[in-house]
Design a binder for this molecule. Structure first.
Ligand code: MSP
Length: 670
């Protein structure tokens, strides 16, 4: 029986449309799954969507939809996107599916029957955005993960006896493979060593969740519900024999890939739940870093996302897949930029693999009527041995690096082979040999083109998991049929059958020019800024957002508004109290600050032209007034979602509006 291999992505929250940060986790898993399949494993690759909890309930309400409608829509977007990206998942689990709900309840029951769940009262702080209980925090304290203000929760809850697992978890972390990379392992171990408190695992103040068995006033805590997907999807808790077999076959998971911000849930709570249920633990939890855009984590709340569709439309899925795995050192944060994407695409794909394929196969077509030529021993030189040796070494090293999740190094290794063959072709000038008619030149030409084609075959085979579509095309052009049938474990130099008839040869990676960058940037900009015309801010006297002065300094504060407005006009402007959570300078913009302002229902990114009047560090924690329903606009490549209200003094100096009494965050000014 073949070895099984079970790999999972986290399941994605449906409060945000997918962006390339999400795509990163999924495609890293996809490449591993594809490589394992070629190595002969019986692979199960799982992804899905996380659809319950207060965060989703509130997002749906804000969008005027039921949580289920809202979840259906965004879950569908994830599924469609994965299809377009060539993601080869074997299942897609949604936490609102019946199969999941029943099995989560079964897990809850198990833990309760085994004495690890009890009823108690929770009073403390909760971060809705991270769906996280923040131990030790006081009312008004920010969430340690996202910085948003926590909410005070006072509820009767079910508790999980997490404290009983402290020693067992520390013992578990001694296995260096369980949490990777090591930095994350150390972080988690330090957290556990500092002491674990029992964890509330139900909520009773809202209803969008899976009811606690036998006590439906409570819904199961969304992280308990979500983490369980890794076993419910493969049949845990099912009464059907077939589903139970799948669970027996695939659990424990071989790799559970996550982003670094959800390490604690996966490396503390998850193994503790499994231990409590008497189940085996996953073999490895692997945490990657973040994809940054414009210097900060790409995320909806920061308004700095890049949509995957834009890149797919312009350069295709393989370009994105290659770029993300090649450019980002796995485990560390990595920056995304359209310039870097196009540069990599041209240098490594159009000029690298693509050019090697088209020049080698075109010459075989031209000089050998489209059949892989027989290399001649008589004309063999040390250069061929060197290429063969480089190829063997590449196969070995690529495998080790890839299986250690060092994708960028593995690709660098494979592209080292491509560079060596390019150099070999240039030095041996097959085009010159092709012009000569003597037997020796022809024999030498056959050797050079065979060597090039064989190296191309090997580079293509190695690159398949990362670029399934383009490599499948090159494989077919070499005349090798379906690349999915390749037995990767046996890949070695010299397997290209002599006389193989090439398929139709055409370029796989056409060069991209500068206009590709502009097109992608424009597509993103159009998505971000609604078509509505922007009104010049100088019309509203008391608003400071743009770097330009907000009003003519000599004019009295009301004179610029020429016509009177009605109370209904005024009611259209949504002024709200917010609190500054993050304030930082915008590089290369002297007057501009980037602020993250919590307005109660969400955190907004606002760009304000107040940097000359306020040092960023003096603003954090300060309450401000913002115009909350202003159409977003882009400044210096960053989206501004609202304006802060300020008086404009003579000389244009802004003074932020404030209150003498304490005011509630989110309160509306009328
Ligand atoms: N729903 C939880 C996971 C539950 S798993 C039982 C969640 N969802 S998420 O949609 O917020 O994130 C899903 C994955 O996307 C995480 O691994 C996260 O790290 C990843 N990414 C989201 N934005 C990202 C970047 N900007 N960069 C890299 N990965 C990021 O957390």
């Amino acid at each position: 029986m073949s070895k099984t291999f079970y790999i999972t992505t986290p399941i994605y929250y449906v409060n945000a449309r997918p962006h390339i940060g999400h795509a990163y986790t999924t495609l890293a898993c996809d490449t591993i799954a594809r490589r394992q399949r070629l190595l002969g494993a019986d692979v199960f690759f799982l992804t899905g969507t996380d659809e319950h909890g207060q965060k989703i309930e509130r997002a749906a309400e804000a969008a005027g939809k039921t949580p289920q409608q809202y979840a259906d829509e965004i879950s569908g977007e994830f599924r469609n996107l994965w299809k377009r990206m060539g993601i080869s998942n074997d299942d897609f689990i949604r936490t609102t599916e019946e199969r999941h709900k029943k099995r989560v309840q079964e897990l809850f029951r198990q833990l309760r029957d085994r004495g690890f769940i009890y009823k108690g009262t929770y009073t403390g702080q909760y971060c809705v955005s991270d769906e996280l209980y923040v131990d030790g925090a006081q009312p008004g304290d920010p969430c340690p993960t996202c910085g948003r203000i926590t909410e005070t929760v006072h509820e009767e809850n079910y508790f999980f006896k997490l404290s009983a697992f402290q020693d067992k978890l520390l013992e578990l972390y001694k296995n260096p493979d369980f949490i990777r990379p090591e930095a994350r392992r150390n972080e988690v171990a330090a957290f556990v060593r500092s002491g674990l408190r029992d964890q509330s695992i139900s909520r009773s103040t809202f209803s969008w969740g899976i009811p606690v068995p036998d006590d439906p006033k409570h819904v199961i805590y969304v992280w308990f519900d979500a983490l369980a997907n890794y076993i419910t999807a493969i049949g845990y808790g099912s009464k059907h024999a077939g589903a139970q077999d799948a669970f027996k076959n695939f659990w424990p998971a071989d790799v559970q890939m996550i982003g670094k911000e959800i390490v604690r849930f996966h490396c503390v709570y998850w193994p503790a739940f499994l231990m409590a249920a008497g189940l085996e633990l996953p073999k490895a939890i692997v945490a990657h870093g973040w994809l940054l855009f414009e210097e900060s984590k790409m995320s909806k709340s920061r308004g700095n996302i890049v949509r995957t569709e834009t890149i797919l439309d312009v350069l295709g899925a393989d370009a994105l897949r290659y770029f993300l795995l090649r450019e980002v050192v796995f485990g560390q944060d990595g920056s995304f930029s359209f310039d870097a994407l196009v540069q990599r695409y041209n240098s490594d794909l159009a000029n690298g693999l693509g050019n090697l394929a088209s020049r080698t196969l075109t010459m075989i077509n031209r000089y050998f009527k489209g059949e892989v030529p027989y290399p001649s021993q008589a004309t063999r030189t040390p250069a061929e041995d060197a290429i063969a040796e480089t190829a063997r070494k590449t196969i070995r090293e690529f495998g080790v690096q890839f299986d250690q999740f060092q994708f960028s190094r593995a690709l660098e290794t494979a592209w080292g082979l491509i560079a060596a063959v390019d150099k070999y072709i240039v030095e041996n000038e097959p085009w010159t040999l092709g012009e000569k008619q003597d037997d020796e030149s022809r024999a030498r030409l056959a050797t050079v083109l065979y060597t090039s084609a064989e190296a191309l075959r090997i580079a293509t085979a190695l690159a398949y998991p990362v670029m399934p579509d383009a490599t499948a095309k090159i494989w077919a052009q070499i005349g090798l049929g379906d690349i999915k049938k390749l037995a990767l474990a046996d890949l070695t130099w010299g397997q290209l059958p002599l006389g193989t008839k090439l398929g139709d040869v055409h370029p796989v990676f056409p060069r991209a020019d500068k206009s590709a960058i502009e097109r992608m940037q424009q597509m993103e900009e159009q998505q971000r800024v609604p078509a509505a015309e922007e009104k010049p801010v100088t019309e509203v006297k008391l608003v400071a957002e743009m770097p330009a002065p907000v009003a003519s300094p000599s004019a009295p504060a009301t004179s610029a508004v020429s016509d009177k407005i009605t109370i209904d006009d005024f009611a259209k402007i949504e002024l709200r109290v917010g609190i500054v959570k993050v304030a930082e300078r915008v590089p290369k913009a002297d007057k501009l600050l980037r602020l993250e302002i919590d307005i109660g229902t969400e955190v907004r990114q606002v760009l304000a032209g107040i940097a000359e009047a306020y040092a960023p560090e003096t603003l954090v924690g300060r309450k401000v007034v913002i115009v909350a329903n202003l159409a977003p606009r882009k400044l210096r490549g960053l989206e501004s979602n609202g304006m802060i209200v300020a008086a404009s003094l003579e000389g244009g100096k802004p003074v932020l509006a404030g209150f003498l009494e304490d005011v509630q965050i989110g309160a509306r000014l009328k």
